[in-house]
Write a protein that binds this ligand. Structure first.
Ligand code: HAS
Ligand code: CU
Length: 555
């Protein structure tokens, strides 16, 4: 084995003002998560017929609570975290400051977007869920708020790109540092992916809610939504993957075995994340079966880089476990540092994600999808992906990131460890409830406690869902106690605090085909071609659309 090399240069420190902007983005992210988990508890308890939503002003209505839960957890929390975290990783990896003004502009745009959307949701004028399908119509401030949240990700993307361009000018012919490569690839993917939601919100729904357009076209808006709505799940996931590749091996005392393969994985996500949206629309009329089959096939394609990730990261962990004295086939796993909260949270996130991934494969299978679409199975699937692979990983990252950003030591390490275990137990119990109920026809997005058609067999499923959700809430509560304790009472760290950088076995190749991996321009062109193959036939046949639906507001 060769001497490992550090994957990205360290030693460079971001200007104090930049760190402050990033710190506020991370605070905003976790502030949103805190609101979201209170709502989440209400949603989970609904399945076990316990009504707590009535006690929360501004969340009295089931769909109001569910909208707040979806928007703050799946959009505000994830976007704010990605904007802050990947700005930091890019700047550190390139060893140069990003544009400080843009960092603050990102923060301000997110706050404004959040306030506008919160106003609409809090006053009960936007109970349209985070998918906002027309003809359900929300208050204009909801759409404008969401649009601004998307703009904040574009501003971050521009900032990363400007940083990369400057770095390239100063370092001609040098390979992009791996950590910058994976961060920029994430934003390049999302820049192309977010076009659908932007066209739908700014071009159709916002003017419609302002009375400028009279009617809406549900199928067109759904299609534009899912054009962005599938890749958005990778925009949530990839910052966690950045950490699994670039930091978790370091926590575990291991090394990453291939720089090249890591780049290939992120290029595959860039290429394949977007042309898959119809797997959310298998049951929609008006889209040909042939087009659905293309999206199904590409969905199996985008499964592949996650499989590669599973084996790459597992190998890095194995190296760490063996260096700590692990022997035999499995003993290395138990030798990992199970006392490090940042590592444990992310290991548990990975373990849960194996189940989340498998359920994804079932969703993607056209005929199996018919059995579980719109049932409680789906929230079962996505709480084992975004609800744990992503959220628990971000919590794990926070255990070193908050001390790094505040220069204070983590308070309550034991509580932090316990929090991850309780949270994971909660996710698994809740998913067990939702998944078994879903297989038995228990619907999602339904006020089960007042449904007149409940099946007796849903009772156990509902109770497990409520119990699991309560455990998740307790785990989340413990996490916030640690977080707030650290920010307010953490001991000032002595000496410099650094980001945990993973090392790789080999430096990136300086000649040969691997060098071409860094040419983002080619990958972006290839991605656009794939998008055209996957979407153009539908739009050619469907446009100019059917703008005939009159708006509904049941709230
Ligand atoms: Fe999904 C619906 C298919 C991944 C989120 N998904 C959803 C919805 C959400 C969501 C929110 O094809 C509902 C949307 C709504 O409101 O209607 N999903 C997939 C597939 C994957 C997948 C094929 N989903 C995700 C991720 C999400 C997410 C990631 C969030 C972050 N999903 C679907 C489909 C639907 C769907 C259909 C529509 C269903 C319907 O009818 O409505 C794949 O990308 C999954 C790949 C994952 C893997 C797992 C790899 C495992 C890893 C961990 C390794 C472990 C280690 C541990 C290293 C292949 C990387 C080592 C430890 C040791 C034990 C040694
Ligand atoms: Cu999807």
């Amino acid at each position: 084995m060769r001497t490992p090399v550090v994957a990205s240069p360290s030693g460079f420190e971001l200007p104090e003002g930049h760190l402050r902007a990033i710190r506020w983005m991370i605070y905003l992210a976790f502030g949103a998560l805190a609101i979201g988990i209170v709502n989440g508890l209400g949603q989970a308890l609904n399945y076990s017929r316990v009504d707590i939503l009535q006690y929360f002003p501004g969340m009295r209505d089931y769909y109001q609570g569910l909208t707040v839960h979806g928007v703050v957890n799946a959009i505000v929390f994830t976007f704010a975290f990605a904007n802050g975290f990947l700005s930091l990783t890019t700047s550190r990896a390139l060893a140069r400051p990003l544009n400080g003004g843009l960092l603050w502009a990102v923060f301000a745009t997110m706050v404004l977007g959040f306030v506008l959307a919160a106003y609409a949701m809090g006053t009960g004028q936007a109970s349209v869920l985070y998918t906002f399908y027309p003809p359900l119509m929300a208050h204009w401030s909801y759409y404008l708020g969401l649009a601004l949240l998307v703009v904040s990700t574009w501003l971050t993307g521009i900032n990363l790109l400007l940083g990369l361009r400057g770095w390239r000018k100063d370092n001609p012919g040098v390979r992009i540092p791996l950590m910058a490569f994976v961060s920029v690839a994430t934003y390049a993917m999302w820049a192309l992916a977010s076009i659908g939601i932007a066209v739908s919100v700014v071009g159709l729904l916002l003017p419609w809610s302002l009375g400028l357009i009279e009617h809406s076209d549900p199928l067109l808006s759904r299609t534009l939504f899912w054009y962005s709505g599938h890749p958005i799940v990778y925009f949530w996931l990839l910052p966690a993957y950045v950490s699994w590749y670039m930091m978790v091996p370091k926590h575990a005392g291991g090394t990453l075995f291939s720089d090249q393969l890591t780049r290939i994985v992120f290029v595959l996500f860039l290429l394949l994340s977007i042309p898959t949206g119809f797997h959310h629309q298998y049951t929609d009329p008006g889209i040909s079966t042939g087009m659905k089959a293309i999206h199904a096939t590409l969905t199996f394609g985008v499964f592949f880089p996650s499989m590669v990730t599973a084996f790459s990261v597992m190998y890095a962990l194995e190296i760490g476990g063996r260096r700590r004295g692990g022997t035999g086939l499995t003993n290395w796993f138990f030798k990992l540092d199970w006392k490090n909260p940042a590592l444990v949270a992310q290991l548990l996130a990975m373990l849960t994600f194996t189940l989340g991934g498998i359920t994804g494969l079932i969703n993607a299978s056209y005929n199996l999808n018919a059995a579980i679409h719109n049932t409680a199975w789906i929230p079962g699937h996505f709480h084992m992906t975004v609800g744990s692979a992503v959220t628990l990983s971000f919590m794990g990252i926070a255990y070193w990131l908050i001390p790094y950003l505040t220069k204070r030591e983590l308070v309550g390490k034991g509580m932090a460890l316990l929090s991850s275990w309780i949270y994971t137990a909660g996710v698994l119990v809740m998913a067990r409830g939702l998944i078994s109920g879903g297989l038995d026809g228990m619907p999602r997005r339904t006020l089960i406690m007042e449904a007149p058609y409940e099946k007796a067999t849903w009772e156990l499923a509902g109770m497990l869902t409520g119990l699991g959700g309560t455990l998740m809430f307790m785990g989340g509560g413990a996490f916030f106690a640690v977080l707030i304790g650290t920010v307010l009472f953490g001991k000032k760290s002595e000496g410099p605090v650094d980001i945990p950088f993973t090392e790789t076995h080999h430096p990136p190749a300086s000649s040969g085909w691997e060098v071409k991996l860094d040419r983002f321009r080619y990958w972006i062109i290839a991605t656009i071609i794939l998008i055209l193959v996957a979407y153009l036939p539908f739009f050619i046949q469907y446009l100019p659309g059917n703008f005939t639906s009159t708006p509904y507001q049941f709230f």
